[in-house]
Structures are given as C-alpha cells and as structure tokens.
Design a protein around this ligand. Structure first.
Ligand code: FAD
Ligand code: NAI
Length: 471
C-alpha cells in the first residue's frame, strides 16, 4: 500500500546539501519533504566523513600531545595508552548526537522526513521504497532537488573489504591500530587519516601518483605540508604508480612503480587505505526515467541556477560540479531553496575555503600562486611565520606561516594560504575579505587583539605592501 502525497519541494538525499536545502525551503514557507535511505540524516559528512574524521583527529592529537609534548611544558604524564573501543565510542557519540540533532531540526521546521530510497517515476513523481518499518510512498512534487552525494572511487583491480583493504569508511572504524598503514592517494583523506594513525603509532606510507601531495593546495604550501608530515614520521612515495594489490591473510601487498625510473617495488602493510578521490553517486535514483544529462566524470549537468534540463529539477552538492565539500553543498542547499522561492540565490565559487585538519592545520581560499601565474595576473606575496607570533610562542605551537597573495596594483586580496594552529578558523577572516573585495591594507589597518594568532594574519597582509613589524 502506497501513501500518495503532494509537496512543494521534494529533496532526494539528506546530506549537508539535502538537509540544509530542506530546512531552508521549509523556513521559506514551502511544504518540504526530504528522502534519505541511510537510516540517519547528515549524509557522508556526518556519518562517515567530516564529523567522525575530526573526532578521531582531535583525540589522536590529544594522545600524541600527552605522549610527546607535555614534558617541556612541565607536565609529567606516564602510562598514556589508547583504548581503541572507547576511542571509537567517543567518535560514535559525536556522530549520533549530530545526526539525531538534524531529525530534531526537521521536526522543528516542519520538514517531512521519508526514510527510504527515492527514485524517479516521471518528471514530477518520486517513489519512496521505504526502509523496514516505514511506509512506501509516492510523492508528487512541484520542485525536486537531487542531493545524492558521492561515493569512494574504487581502484581498478583492488577489492575493498573494509577490514584490511579499506576506504575512508573502514579507516574510520579500524578495531586495531595497524603497525603499517599504506595509503594510495596523497589527497586530503589520505593525509588526514594518515595523521590519525601516525599519531597512534602506525608507520604510514603515502603512495601518490603526482609529484606533489595535497591535491589543490598552493605548491609552496603543499611542499611545506609534506615537510611537517615527514617530521611527524610520514613516508612519501611521490610520482609512484600502483600496479596491483591484494590481501593475503592479514597482510596486504601492493606492487608500485616509480613513474620516471620505471623501478618496481613491493610494499607490505597490515592495512591499505584507498583514497584516490570520490565520484558522484546516482545509483537507485532512476535518473534515466527523466533522462538527466551526465558528464564524462559522472556529474549531473546543471546551469548556474542548479537547474537540470528540466527547470524544476535542481541538483546540488557532490553529485554535480565544484569541490566536494560539505560547506559548498550546504550553501548550494540554501541557494537552491531561495531560487525556488524568490528566483535568486548566491554562492561565490571563487570564495570556498578548504581546510585540512592535520596538525598544524592547512587552510586556503581564493587563488594559488600557480593559478595566478598561469592567468598572467601580477601579484605580490606577504608572508608571516608563526615562530614570530607571540601567541604561537606561548602555546609552544609555532610551525607554519600565513601567506597572502594580493594584486600588485590595487592590493586586492586574491588568495590566502595558511599552515598553522587554528588555520581552519582563521581562514574565515580571509573569506570575509575576499567577499567584500578588501585590499591587504584594509586588513592591516584593522585592530587585531593581542596576543592572538590572528596577528600573524594581519602582519602577512601588511607584508604585501609594507614592512612587517614583528619579523
Ligand atoms: P552526501 O553527504 O554524500 O549525502 C548524500 C545522501 O544522499 C547520502 O546520505 C545518501 O545515503 C543519500 N542518497 C543517495 N541516493 C539516494 C536515494 N536515491 N534516495 C535517498 N537517499 C539517497 N567535507 C568538508 O567540507 N569538510 C571535511 O572535513 C570533510 N571531511 C571528509 C572526510 C571524509 C572521510 C569524507 C569521505 C568526506 C569528507 N568531506 C568533508 C566531504 C563531505 O563529506 C561531502 O562534500 C559532503 O558530505 C557532500 O554533501 P552532499 O549532501 O552533496 O552528499
Ligand atoms: P583528493 O582528490 O583530495 O585526493 C586524491 C589523491 O589521490 C590526489 O592527490 C591524486 O593525485 C591521487 N591519486 C589519484 N589516482 C591515483 C592513483 N591511481 N595512484 C596514486 N594516487 C592517485 O581525494 P580524497 O583524498 O579521496 O578525498 C575525496 C574528497 O573528499 C575530496 O574532494 C575532498 O575535498 C573531500 N574531503 C575533504 C576533507 C576536508 O575538507 N577536510 C577531508 C576529507 C575529504
């Protein structure tokens, strides 16, 4: 028996894109439904992405600090050890509180939540195949938003069992700390999950096809990042191709080849993490029923207002163009709801911050030096190291720097790149500057509190057009 219901907006997928779109649409007075098949809301980010990874990063950092960074602070601690079950439970608690919090927000805002798989019947009809204990439904919708997200890109020929050969999902739930962890891919997932296990004692080796780590980072920042991770014990095999890999009992073997020399090598580890990117996910959506256009990389094709070829069917988040980031999906969710209600919405794609939650953190927004060179834009660089910042000194946490890129003539901020403690929080100030078209002089003339890390930000801005004071 199928319940037939009519809604102004039906959203397929309850991740950061979908759940935020649902709340916003309901707040705008639209009768809104959200379909999610996972059983919990929050999508990849809250269930198996941003949130659990940050819980593990935070706690592993604390453990590492207790072990290696207390003595010189006059704190004597002995016998610190990891209880893996409790360590995982602490993460699970954060996830559970946040995902169930969204259910509460749905109730508060009057969003109808369908637990099940949503698929197209026709351009205005979506079928819900309910999870056990829930009712199937047939939904009539004036507007539909697809927010079905992404999934792990598999490595051809290497089978993920989520035990010894894992994706990020398995890496977030290991029952033992591997002695040796090999990671294919020196992108954000590889470096964040590598940081977690390196701090817990694993010997971490990153195998990366490119000559640099850090995917879209500024080249100078990527190099500096590699250096501090090496200091923490990471081993890097750059310019290296993985030829094959398989599990043999409790050991995983892979064969790799140096791209330049052609030299081959076998690597053995207890756990292999495959982290070579993510790809759009539309399985089970029956997109064929409405003939949606998909590009070569599997992304649903849209225009600048998130519209597919059917103007009332919009697409947001990881399943379409742009960086695969939660805050990008969220902002698109708000904008898509506003387009439906008002006919306009706003996301500035030149101003989407990236943060890698290593220690120190790496954060950036706007353009990289290599992009400015390629575009032939004349720019000036301002830099300030945390070693010369008083708060970083008092915190005994002085690695890294702030780097500003500003237009040579106008001093307009073009990009900001930070390695340092709390870089992820500090990059918000750079976003505000970019959004308002600030110059570096505007920033350098703003009074920043002393002693704070943000003084390094101010001084780096100053460095693009004048002498820095403290360095
Ligand atoms: P998703 O979060 O993937 O949500 C899509 C949802 O749709 C899923 O829950 C899925 O079950 C559901 N769905 C799919 N098809 C259907 C269907 N037919 N019917 C019903 N439901 C369906 N980003 C950051 O910004 N910061 C981070 O720190 C960060 N850390 C990450 C760490 C890891 C390990 C990973 C894997 C990702 C991380 N990301 C991070 C990326 C972030 O998780 C994604 O960019 C974000 O979740 C995308 O949101 P979305 O709503 O587009 O898709
Ligand atoms: P990624 O795109 O960041 O990095 C993948 C890396 O793997 C690249 O460096 C690439 O050169 C390399 N690679 C690709 N194919 C390879 C091969 N065959 N052999 C060796 N190396 C290969 O993808 P990643 O790390 O899997 O993350 C997926 C997505 O999740 C990203 O888009 C990222 O933005 C998002 N994410 C964001 C986080 C954050 O914001 N803090 C944290 C974790 C993930």
């Amino acid at each position: 028996d199928v319940v037939a219901k009519k809604h102004d907006v039906v959203i397929i997928g309850g991740g950061p894109g979908g759940y935020v779109a649902a709340i916003k649409a309901a707040q705008l007075g639209l009768d809104t439904a959200c379909i999610e098949k996972r059983g919990t809301l929050g999508g990849t980010c809250l269930n198996v992405g941003c949130i659990p990874s940050k819980a593990l990063l935070n706690n592993s950092h604390l453990f590492h600090q207790i072990q290696h960074d207390t003595k010189k602070r006059g704190i004597e601690v002995s016998g610190a050890k990891i209880n893996v079950a409790e360590f995982q439970k602490s993460k699970d608690t954060a996830v559970k509180q946040l995902t169930s919090g969204i259910e509460g927000l749905f109730k508060k805002n009057g969003v109808t939540y369908y637990k099940g798989n949503g698929s197209f019947v026709d351009e205005h009809t979506v079928k819900v195949d309910a999870l056990e204990g829930n009712e199937n439904a047939l939904l009539q919708a004036d507007n539909i938003i697809i927010a079905t997200g992404s999934e792990v890109t598999p490595f051809p020929g290497i089978t993920i069992d989520e035990e010894r050969i894992v994706s990020s999902t398995g890496a977030l739930a290991l029952k033992e700390i591997p002695k040796k962890l090999t990671i294919i891919g020196g992108g954000i997932i590889g470096l964040e999950m590598g940081s977690v296990y390196s701090r817990l004692g694993s010997e971490v080796t990153i195998v990366e096809f490119q000559d640099a780590i850090g995917a879209s980072m500024d080249n100078e920042v990527a190099k500096a990042t590699q250096k501090f991770l090496q200091k923490q014990g990471f081993k890097f095999k750059l310019g290296t191709k993985v030829l094959s890999g398989e599990r043999n009992g409790d050991i995983v073997k892979i064969e790799v080849e140096n791209v330049k020399s052609g030299e081959k090598e076998q690597l053995e580890s207890d756990v292999l993490l495959v982290a070579i990117g993510r790809r759009p996910y539309i399985q089970g959506l029956n997109a064929e029923a409405v003939d949606l256009e998909v590009d070569k990389r599997g992304r649903l094709v849209i225009d600048s207002q998130y519209r597919s070829k059917h103007p009332h069917i919009r697409v947001i988040g990881d399943v379409t163009f742009g960086p695969m980031l939660a805050h990008k999906a969220e902002d698109e969710g708000v904008a898509a709801a506003e387009y439906i209600k008002h006919g306009h919405g706003h996301v500035n794609y030149g101003n989407i911050p990236s943060v890698m939650y290593s220690h120190p953190e790496v954060a950036w927004v706007g353009q990289t030096e290599q992009q400015l060179k390629e575009a032939g834009i004349k720019y000036k660089v301002g830099k300030f190291p945390f070693i010369a910042n008083s708060r970083a000194k008092t915190n005994n946490d002085t690695e890294g720097f702030v780097k500003f890129l500003a237009d040579s003539e106008t001093q307009r901020v073009l990009g900001v790149h930070i390695i340092g403690p709390n870089a992820g929080e500090m990059i918000g100030e750079a976003g505000l500057a970019l959004e308002y078209g600030a110059s570096t002089e505007d920033i350098a003339r703003v009074c920043h509190a002393h002693p704070t890390l943000s003084e390094a930000f101010k001084e780096a801005a100053l460095g693009t057009f004048d002498k820095t004071i403290n360095f």
